[in-house]
Design a protein around this ligand. Structure first.
Ligand SMILES: Nc1ncnc2c1ncn2[C@@H]1O[C@H](COP(=O)(O)OP(=O)(O)O)[C@@H](O)[C@H]1O
Ligand SMILES: [Mg+2]
Length: 329
């Protein structure tokens, strides 16, 4: 669907995207995560032909974007919907007028436009807001309008640029659920760009980490949990203050094992005192997984490691110099 190979993008002398390669398959929700300034928005503008690029290749449905003429670019953009952090809606117009806008640009008849807008408002849960002015809507409702408008011309691809970054966590979840629902109902390919790890790991099947214009594939989202890559950990703010003595161990609960039960069994069976440094439960796609960081006194380390191995729990020793994931066979 989308193939990017060795993409180079400069503004003046400054390289913004460097030797970037990845591909997005039809029907998947592909996530691109990275800090502010990493080049995410620039990348999306290269995909939809709003920006030129200086090297490499961007192919959308087997056509090289740089080789498209004006007509080709128009068709490309019609086939790609886009939603934004600040919604980019016409604030003084109503919901209907905003969603109808692309249909009018492409000369759909009044009747066609009315039908299509009704369908879209139904889909996005806005049927009762049809004639509401945009500036009377909540952030979540505005983004629903943005989504309805982006889908008006039946695009094959939806580009989402920080689409939930202006929303509170609860509203973010409702918008992500809507995107997921649309993806599975219409098999719509989505590229979700954000600085929020929470967002991509909730709905994206595969992830790319964009760092100063360079990409690193993070693979499948469910595998991310077990990854021990340093930059990524830091990005995910998993830096806990480790205790200086003893050994700090991160225990992962990749299946929905009752964490509390394992921990109390360990304390009981091994008869040791360990302290809990930190931990949390996280949701990756539809799975809930958790980790816990414990600190074990020196004399008990071997027993604890053996216990974890017996329980088949992946764990990682976090102290400097001994930093490697060791998984049970
Ligand atoms: N039109 C532009 N002209 C010059 N530099 C730009 C332009 N757009 C973005 N940049 C620069 O490119 C880099 C990446 O920006 P951007 O793609 O907006 O990052 P992100 O979306 O990941 O926050 C930044 O350093 C930014 O200052
Ligand atoms: Mg951006």
């Amino acid at each position: 669907m989308i193939t990017v190979r060795n993409l180079e993008k400069h503004y003046g002398g400054e390289a913004v995207l460097r030797d970037l390669s990845f591909s997005v398959e039809a029907g998947e929700i592909f996530g691109i995560v990275g800090h502010s300034g990493a080049g995410k928005s620039t990348l999306l503008r290269c995909l939809n032909g709003l920006e030129s690029y200086q090297g490499g290749s961007v192919r959308i449905m087997d056509r090289e974007v740089a080789e498209l003429d004006n007509e080709g670019l128009k068709a490309l953009r019609r086939g790609m919907g886009m939603i934004f952090q600040n919604f980019n809606l016409m604030g003084r117009k109503n919901v209907f007028e905003n969603v109808a806008f692309p249909l009018q640009i492409w000369n759909r008849t009044k009747a066609e436009t009315k039908d299509r807008v009704s369908e879209l408002l139904e889909l996005t849960g806005l049927a009762d807001k049809r004639f509401e002015r945009i500036h009377n809507l909540s952030g979540g409702q505005k983004q629903r309008v943005g989504i309805a408008r982006a889908l008006a011309l039946n695009p094959g691809i939806l580009l989402c640029d920080e689409a939930t970054s202006a929303l509170d966590p609860e509203t973010t979840l409702t918008i992500l659920d809507l995107l997921q629902d649309i993806n599975s109902r219409f098999n719509l390919t989505m590229v979700v760009v954000t600085h929020q790890m929470e967002v991509v790991k909730r709905i994206c099947g595969r992830l790319l980490f964009l760092d100063k214009g360079q990409g690193r594939s993070l693979g499948r989202t469910e595998d991310l949990f077990l990854s021990s890559e340093k930059t990524l950990k830091k990005f995910m703010e998993e830096e806990y203050t480790l205790l200086p003595s003893g050994t700090n161990i991160r225990i992962m609960f990749p299946r929905e094992i009752a964490r509390q039960a394992v921990i109390s069994a360990m304390a009981r069976e091994l008869d040791i005192d360990f302290s809990i440094v930190g931990g949390r439960l996280e949701r990756y796609l539809d799975k809930v997984m958790g980790f816990l960081i414990i600190n074990v006194p020196d004399g008990s380390l071997e027993n604890v490691l053996r216990f974890l191995q017996e329980k088949n729990l992946p764990r990682e020793i976090l102290d400097d110099g001994r930093d490697a994931v060791e998984r049970p066979r």
